[in-house]
Design a protein around this ligand. Structure first.
Ligand code: HEC
Length: 159
């Protein structure tokens, strides 16, 4: 968490370069990871999960949440701690729930990757890459993977 506090400001500045609305607002959302946790699925990185106002009541129910409402947005920022002890900003991963019928094969999720340089990736290849793994969570979990048990905080932290 000390590392997260340290990298927080440069991280926000890096993502904000994209001008993407999630990059600008997600740090004001409730955080559902108790501390930054190591996650290999997204490269060896430390991550934090955030849910917007529409998603936050359901996300903290975890596997009991069912289908998330339209307008739900989940954001996961990331940083890397190198062998040299230096901390680098990683991508911001975003899932946004669109209207029914917008992308049935992806349960209407749209995936976005906001790079620390400010570029935004949400092309067809990225949709497939992200969804091919997330769909393994199954329809009962609405393609969500949540986070490892010790790092979950059901009510979320923040406003
Ligand atoms: C190899 C599997 C895999 C791939 C590929 C993958 N994810 Fe994930 N994702 C996970 C896992 C596992 C979690 C749960 C947290 C963790 O352990 O990292 C997760 C969690 C998330 C979350 C938090 C919401 C949730 O599911 O609880 C978001 C947002 C997210 N991923 C976005 C993305 C985006 C955007 C991409 C594509 C750029 C992507 N993911 C690619 C496995 C994957």
């Amino acid at each position: 968490m000390a590392a997260y506090r340290c990298v927080g400001p440069p991280m926000s500045m890096a993502y904000r370069k994209s001008c993407h609305p999630v990059a600008v607002t997600y740090r004001g959302w409730r955080r559902f990871s108790r501390i930054s946790y190591p996650a290999e699925a997204h490269g060896v990185r430390f991550m934090n999960n955030y849910a917007n106002e529409i998603a936050r009541a359901d996300y903290g129910k975890w596997e009991a949440a069912g289908e998330m409402p339209t307008g739900s947005v989940l954001a996961k920022d990331s940083f890397i701690v190198g062998d040299d002890g230096k901390i680098r900003v990683g991508p911001l991963f975003v899932m946004a729930k669109g209207a029914a019928g917008s992308s049935d094969a992806m349960r209407n999720w749209k995936y976005t990757m906001i790079m620390p340089g400010g570029s935004v990736r949400q092309d067809v290849a990225i949709q497939k890459f992200c969804n091919d793994c997330h769909r393994r969570a199954g329809a009962q979990d609405d393609f969500l993977m949540f986070l490892p048990l010790p790092f979950r905080i059901s009510k979320g932290l923040g406003r």
